[in-house]
Design a protein around this ligand. Structure first.
Ligand code: HNI
Length: 147
C-alpha cells in the first residue's frame, strides 16, 4: 500500500483546494489531444478535432477535461485507497472505452505541465515530486483492471 506523509497530504490537498477545474481540466485534455494526436481516436463523437485551433475551441472537449479532472477528486478524498476507488473507472476505460492505458500517463503529464504553468514558482521540485507520486498512483489504479 502507498504511504503518504502528513506533508504529502497537505501538498495534494492544497493543490486541489485552489484548483480552477474549468481552466486546468480543459487545458490538460486539449494539450493531450494536440501533443499526442493518437489520443483523439477516443473522441470521435465529440465533434470537430480537425486541428489545434478546432480542438481548443471544442466545447465538448473542454467539458470532458473538466469531468476528468473532477474524477481526480475521488483520489484526493481517498488517498489511502486509490486502487479500490478507481476499480469501476478502470473497468470502464478498459472494457467499454478500450482506452490504451499508456494514455493515462500522457494525460497526467499534460496535467502536470498545465498546473506547473499555472502555479509558477510555487511549483517547486518538492511539490512536483508529491504531485507526480499522486498521479503515478492514479495511473496505476486506472490500469489495474486491464487484462
Ligand atoms: Ni477518461 C470518461 C476519468 C483518462 C477517455 N474518464 C471518463 C469519465 C471519468 C474519467 C470520470 C466519466 C465516466 C462516466 O461517465 O461514468 N479519464 C479519467 C481520469 C483519467 C482519464 C481520472 C486519467 C487521469 N480518459 C482518460 C484518457 C482517455 C480517456 C487518457 C483517452 C485518451 N474517458 C475517456 C473517454 C470517456 C471517458 C472516451 C467517455 C467519454 C464520453 O462521454 O463518451
Amino acid at each position: 500500500m502507498v504511504e503518504w506523509s502528513a506533508k504529502e497530504r497537505e501538498v495534494i490537498n492544497s493543490i486541489f483546494s485552489t484548483l480552477d477545474y474549468e481552466d486546468i481540466g480543459s487545458k490538460a485534455l486539449i494539450r493531450c489531444l494536440i501533443v499526442y494526436p493518437w489520443t483523439q481516436r477516443y473522441f470521435g463523437a465529440f465533434g470537430n478535432l480537425y486541428n489545434a485551433e478546432a480542438i481548443k475551441a471544442n466545447p465538448n472537449i473542454a467539458a470532458h477535461g473538466v469531468k476528468v479532472l473532477h474524477g481526480l477528486d475521488r483520489a484526493v478524498k481517498n488517498m489511502d485507497n486509490i486502487k479500490a476507488t478507481y476499480a469501476e473507472l478502470s473497468v470502464l476505460h478498459s472494457e467499454k472505452l478500450h482506452v490504451d492505458p499508456d494514455n493515462f500517463k500522457l494525460l497526467s503529464d499534460c496535467l502536470t505541465i498545465v498546473i506547473a504553468a499555472k502555479m509558477g514558482n510555487a511549483f517547486t521540485p518538492e511539490v512536483q515530486a508529491v504531485f507526480q507520486k499522486f498521479l503515478a498512483v492514479v495511473v496505476s489504479a486506472l490500469g489495474k483492471q486491464y487484462h
